[in-house]
Design a protein around this ligand. Structure first.
Ligand code: AMP
Ligand code: GLY
Length: 424
């Protein structure tokens, strides 16, 4: 097969890397890709905002399958557009993509289906805000409806802070293109886990759970980011809790989308908080996680290409992939300033040495200029490794991190710490 991967971050690099090792895959293309991906696949510039352009690309390259990394094209209807042209794609339709594209859709869907999630209120206008704010104890989560590229959620400690944030979001200034309506949510306490599944519309396969680290700094301090590191370890979850998540959350979500006439196809990411009252849904994404994909792909064995094609053709075959026994971990190296405005164009050294040490360095935001890599994004690299225990995987990843340098580079030194505590 020839496969086209759409996107250009660490998640897409990990997918491309694993696809290249698939027995059923001859050629991998990536649009637009990045400097790291370019070393492993043919990268083609493309505007992800144009379905027509991506359809033309899939046709020109005569690919057998297209796999989409980021959510924006999916929410905009890329799945429907490919389907209409009979081009095989791993993607939900635009209706199902509302699970990520509209927080209000997702919350109302969960409420109707009795899927456990934080108590919430929908705010339609600034006039409505004050009355709804009175219904909560603080802190609360204030969420902009609509895609917000990770910037649409603010945890407000007080009512006053929630009101200021809510007004800013409703004005449309805070999150361009989103937030004309809001969701207010009860604040949930607990450990956060990521569940990612692949569905062909009828059957589905749930990947091993992973844990992300969203706050920028150690000990979960600082502002929220897209994710500063993740790991995949069979010990993440006891069997009974895993069964509850499947029975109470994943099965009813997929059944609910079928009932609505839009069986979910493609990747569904369910962000779950393990609270004292049991697991509750924090968010749905209609794509794989970044950086969760990096440790997942590192742990996966078998024929990813065949597996993805089986989903796109409506005959999901999960026997095509398996999982290495050992855990894997990914440490994200970020630019100075990230997740705020960040520096770019800093020269990166040591990537080859880190790769040679037995880790795999996935590129997220890099450029290649005159033979030198430089930074071009907030999250720059995802240094990923496996081992016979989580401790060994982390040791290998952090040893590789030590070999890499760019000015202002920052990363968390406590990735996997909650996981290590499970070994005691
Ligand atoms: P979301 O995009 O809805 O997942 O929110 C981004 C992040 O904000 C989540 O991964 C959580 O870390 C945090 N968060 C969102 N909603 C809540 C909530 N109700 N209680 C506590 N933390 C939350
Ligand atoms: N790492 C969180 C996400 O992909 O949404």
């Amino acid at each position: 097969m020839k496969i086209l991967v759409i996107g250009g971050g660490g998640r897409e690099h990990a997918l491309v890397w694993r696809l290249r090792q698939s027995s059923s895959v001859d050629q991998v293309y990536c649009a637009p890709g990045n400097a790291g991906i370019a070393a492993e696949a043919s990268c083609i510039p493309a505007s992800l905002a144009s379905a027509d352009e991506l359809i033309a690309l899939a046709r020109t390259l005569s690919v057998d399958l297209t796999v989409v990394g980021p959510e924006a094209p999916l929410v905009a209807g890329l799945g429907d557009a490919f389907e209409a042209e009979r081009l095989p794609i791993v993607a939900p339709d635009a209706f199902a993509a509302q699970l990520e594209g509209s927080k209000i859709f997702a919350k109302q869907f969960m409420a109707e289906r009795d899927i456990p999630t934080a108590a919430f209120a929908v705010v339609e206008s600034a006039d409505d805000l004050a009355a709804q704010l009175d219904r909560f104890e603080y802190p609360i989560a204030v969420k902009a409806d609509g895609l917000a590229a990770g910037k649409g959620v603010v945890i407000a400690q007080t009512r006053a802070e929630a009101e200021t944030t809510g007004r800013q979001m409703l004005s449309g200034d805070m999150v361009p293109g989103a937030g004309r309506r809001l969701v207010l949510e009860e604040f949930l306490r607990g450990e956060e886990l990521s569940f990612i599944l692949l569905s062909d519309g009828a059957k589905h396969f749930v990947f091993p759970p992973t844990q992300d680290h969203k706050p920028a700094f150690d000990n979960d301090e600082g502002p929220n980011t897209g994710g500063m590191g993740a790991y995949c370890d069979p010990r993440i979850l006891p069997a009974d809790l895993n069964a509850t998540i499947l029975d109470r959350i994943i099965e009813p979500t997929l059944a609910g989308m079928r009932d609505l006439g839009h069986p979910f196809r493609g990747f569904l990411y369910v962000g779950v908080m393990i609270t004292a009252d049991g697991p509750k849904v924090l968010e749905f994404n209609v794509r794989m996680g970044d950086p969760e994909t990096q440790p997942l792909m590192h742990r996966m064995r078998g024929d990813l290409g065949g597996f993805l094609a089986s989903a796109a053709y409506g005959a999901l075959d999960s026997t095509l992939v398996s999982w290495d026994a050992g855990p894997t971990a990914c440490v994200v190296l970020a630019s100075e300033g990230y997740p705020g405005p960040y520096a770019k164009g800093r020269t990166i050294t040591g990537i080859a040495e880190a790769d040679a040490s037995g880790a795999k360095v996935f590129h997220a935001g890099t450029l290649l200029r005159g033979g030198l890599y430089s930074t071009s994004g907030g999250r720059v690299l995802g240094v990923t490794a496996g081992g016979e225990s989580l401790a060994k995987a982390l040791e290998k990843a952090y040893a590789a991190v030590e070999k890499i340098y760019f000015e202002g580079m920052h990363y968390r030194t406590d990735i996997g710490r909650k996981g290590l505590a499970r070994y005691k």
